[in-house]
Design a protein around this ligand. Structure first.
Ligand code: S3P
Length: 442
């Protein structure tokens, strides 16, 4: 089957439709990693079964943990905090997943047998020094390719020293990796962290692990001590706001369309896109809000509009919408006026250099934009309608580029040939199926 997805027609308006998207990727990976250290069987429901999460399951299997992955649930038989059992020199393949590759290193700081971590072409281009630097201070030893990339090898130690760490990028992966290492370290580790998604902290709190949190205006202070035991825990993973975002944006670009996405994780550290779209004039409402094991969930209702306003996007929203900017740029393309997004250097550190790609795709669409270092100005056109052929390829198989391009094609027209359809398997394997069901219902 061809791996190129061709779209020649815009989607029709739709009204009061309901969709469910798959489980949250960040929570799924964290559940897999933490339950591998619990004492006994943990079960999850609605786990995202995507390449990134399957790579996480394979990783803990390599470490000697039994996993029973069934259609309706996943069960992990944790062997306790010191229960990993493996031969020296094993290779863990993090594939495309920065979250797995970085977080697992925190869990391995006390593993004295050498472990090699490898990844795919995209992950092998990404910066791992940002996480090995603080982990070295605990006492673990690393060998990296080119001093910053995968493949890398790690040898941990029993003599871990607690650290003081300032996480100044707003990277939840770096913060979480250090939290995991601190849970294995005698004494108190202190983290001052620029705001970023806080699922790891919330899960640790829910599991009653020795973590204390204090929220300041622009950063969080986190203190962690060594964990003595993790109890097994069941978890019903809510849907992923980053997957819901494709449908939210598709709806808001179709005048008068409306859609509800059920039971989405709306952790405040993840919903920057909602705040941004509301500022741009989109009607979005949360319905059936609930608190689930420390995480907020809700149905999200969205209604399309003809009148989108340009935005000068507050930098403080960057981290909570970091995975959604390609979509936000698509909305800016139709807004009335010039939108401005600043300090987005971290976007170029993702599965592909997404800020550059965002600009490139807009240019291909005929949308005027100016990329300047880490900022982008987008000159919106409320009457945008594409009539040419657009080919999207050679983008390091970045799943979010594929899916955002599909949304652009369905919203703005033109003939799109989008390569590497399989990339959706990284984070959202059911994306095209859900989209086609929606199309068939219209
Ligand atoms: C993630 C953190 C973010 C995000 C990624 C998932 C996580 O990365 O882009 O998709 O689950 O911790 P950074 O920590 O590099 O910003």
């Amino acid at each position: 089957m061809s791996n190129i997805y061709v779209i020649k027609k815009r989607i029709n308006n739709f009204h009061n439709k309901i969709v469910r998207v798959s489980g949250d990727k960040s929570l799924s990976i964290r559940w897999v990693l933490l339950s591998s250290l619990a004492e006994g069987k943990s079960k999850s429901f609605n786990l995202l079964v995507s390449e990134d999460v399957k790579a996480s399951i394979d990783a803990i299997r390599k470490l000697g943990i039994k996993v029973n992955l069934k259609k309706n649930f996943c069960e992990i038989n944790g062997k306790g905090l010191d229960g990993y059992n493996y031969k020296t020199g094993i290779v863990i393949n993090a594939k495309n997943s920065g979250t797995l590759g970085r977080l697992i290193l925190g869990l391995l700081v006390n593993s004295k047998k050498k472990i090699k971590i490898i990844g795919d072409k995209s992950l092998s281009k990404r910066d791992f020094k940002r996480v090995t630097d603080p982990l070295k201070k605990f006492g673990a030893k690393f060998k990296l390719t080119n001093n910053k990339n995968l493949p890398l090898s790690i040898i941990g130690t029993n003599n871990l020293e607690p650290i003081k760490y300032y996480e100044n990028r707003g990277s939840a992966q770096c913060k979480s990796s250090v939290i995991f290492a601190a849970l294995r370290t005698e004494g108190s580790t202190f983290i001052k962290a620029k705001k970023s998604r806080n699922h790891t902290e919330l899960l640790c709190k829910y599991l009653k692990l020795p973590i204390s949190l204090s929220k300041k205006k622009n950063y969080d202070l986190i203190k962690i001590r060594k964990a003595t035991k993790i109890k097994p825990f069941n978890y019903h993973i809510p849907s992923d706001i980053s997957s819901a975002a494709f449908f939210i944006v598709l709806t808001c670009l179709k005048d008068n369309s409306s859609l509800t996405i059920k039971n989405v994780n709306i952790n405040p550290s993840r919903i920057g896109i909602i705040t941004i779209l509301k500022k741009m004039g989109v009607k979005i409402m949360f319905k059936n809000k609930k608190l689930y094991k420390g995480e907020l969930t809700s149905d999200i209702f969205v209604k399309g509009t003809k009148r989108l306003k340009a935005i000068n996007c507050p930098v403080k929203l960057n981290s909570s919408s970091i995975d959604e900017f390609l979509l936000i740029f698509l909305v800016a393309a139709k807004a009335n006026g010039v939108s401005f997004f600043k300090k987005l250097g971290e976007l170029n550190q993702k599965e592909s250099p997404r800020l550059k790609w965002g600009s490139k795709i807009l240019t291909m669409m005929g949308v005027k934009n100016k990329l300047n270092n880490n900022s982008i100005k987008i000159y919106g056109n409320p009457k945008i309608y594409i009539q040419k052929k657009i080919v999207i390829k050679d983008y390091l198989k970045d799943h979010r580029i594929f899916m955002s391009s599909v949304i652009a094609a369905l919203s703005y027209g033109g003939e799109w040939h989008i390569h590497d359809k399989n990339s959706i398997n990284t984070s959202f394997p059911s994306f095209l199926k859900i989209l086609n069901n929606l199309k068939n219902e219209i």
